[in-house]
Design a protein around this ligand. Structure first.
Ligand code: TYM
Length: 344
């Protein structure tokens, strides 16, 4: 077993609508990385149930995310596309890692604090434990690279801490079992580009999110051209014209966000966009942004609907992907069992 293999893993929760933040912050990179890495892309349904889910909707959302992966250009033959609950080794490794991670580490996670709100005592244990399962998702494949949006940075740091502590705690057993110095590679977050943190269209200081009550705060991958146009036109701005240089975006979160979205969708830099639109008012810029967004997203939306309509096809992809994922996961879980001291 070698650790020199470079392997990409990432996941998206099967909750509600996928939005522009998910697309630009994560999925665009998934598509890019398949050119040079062995990649596993997972619909994380075990994570979804850390908050209550309707079973029928959960199944539908899992298929919807898988359809979005394929519609955006992820090749399910070249990569492994699957859903987490079909590979029981994720939960199995999570248990072992629960005994490595410290409660204090989890209590510091800002996403838990945000999601649990004031009534922490009433949050599910799963919500607190969420980042340990996330570490298990990555480490069960001994993945080396993890493309995510900026909001997952802290979780990735925790995954590295857990990997490191496991390697240290079991160092003797790891070398006795001939796994070299370290069993788990420390996974590297891949967070780059102009849209690592896409903000709400209603409030440039808040992240674009599936859970925002206002649908006008986000562009969903399922939105049609009219909805996209309406949302962009209604997006909050400020009264000043656009600046000609990036520095002028400082202290103007809404302008910065829209320029970042434009840049990411068009594959241009923010500086380039500003050299074109600097000094003009927002209405021109917004019209151009609608054109860019519709040109990029409409074909994806159409393809997503088409794929989603063929439930058998989507389920087959996920089942096949899960089997392939499982053959890697099982081998690594067996190694973990030997390292930890479980009979098998
Ligand atoms: P999730 O489902 O919330 O989001 C999926 C991906 O989209 C990114 N993202 C954003 N990027 C930019 N701007 C935004 N406004 C924005 N909102 C979301 C997220 O950073 C993420 O990359 N915990 C993860 C799922 C997960 C996972 C993993 C990821 C489970 N196990 C293992 C990587 C590796 C999550 O909830 O993502």
């Amino acid at each position: 077993m070698t650790t020199s293999l470079q392997r990409v893993f990432s996941g998206v929760q099967s909750t509600g609508n996928l939005h522009l933040g998910n697309y630009l912050g994560a999925i665009v990179k998934f598509v890019e990385l398949q050119k040079s890495f062995e990649c596993l892309y997972c619909v994380v349904d075990l994570h979804a149930i850390t908050v209550p889910q309707n079973p029928t909707e959960l199944r539908n959302n899992t298929r919807e995310i898988a359809a979005a992966f394929l519609a955006c250009g992820i090749d399910p033959k070249k990569n492994i596309v699957f859903n987490q609950s079909q590979v029981p080794e994720h939960a199995e490794l999570a248990w072992v890692l629960n005994c490595v991670a410290r409660i204090g580490w989890l209590n510091r996670m800002t996403q838990f604090k945000d999601k649990a709100g004031k009534d922490r005592e009433n949050a599910s244990v799963g919500l607190l434990d969420y980042p340990v399962l996330m570490a298990a998702d990555i480490l069960i494949y001994r993945a080396t690279h993890v493309p995510v949006g900026d909001d997952q940075k802290q979780h990735l740091e925790l995954a590295r801490d857990i990997a490191q502590k496991f390697n240290n705690d079991f160092s003797e057993s790891i070398s006795r079992n001939s796994f070299g110095e370290a069993f788990f590679p420390l996974p590297e977050p891949l967070i780059s580009g102009p849209a690592t943190r896409v903000m709400s269209l209603r409030d440039g200081t808040k992240k674009m999110s599936k859970s925002d009550i206002s649908d006008y705060s986000r562009i969903n991958l399922a939105d049609d051209a009219d909805q996209i146009a309406q949302k962009v036109r209604k997006a909050k701005t400020d009264p000043e014209p656009l600046p000609s240089e990036e520095k002028g975006l400082e202290g103007r979160p809404e302008a910065d966000n829209l320029v970042g979205i434009f840049a990411a969708l068009s594959g241009r830099t923010k500086a380039d966009i500003l050299s074109e639109f600097g000094g003009t008012n927002f209405s021109n810029f917004k019209n151009a942004l609608v054109d860019v967004a519709v040109a990029k997203l409409a074909p994806i939306t159409a393809r997503m609907r088409e794929i989603r309509a063929d439930e058998t096809y989507v389920d087959t992809i996920l089942r096949d992907g899960s089997e392939r994922a499982r053959s890697i996961a099982r081998e690594n879980m067996n190694a973990v069992k030997d390292i930890v001291g479980f009979l098998r």
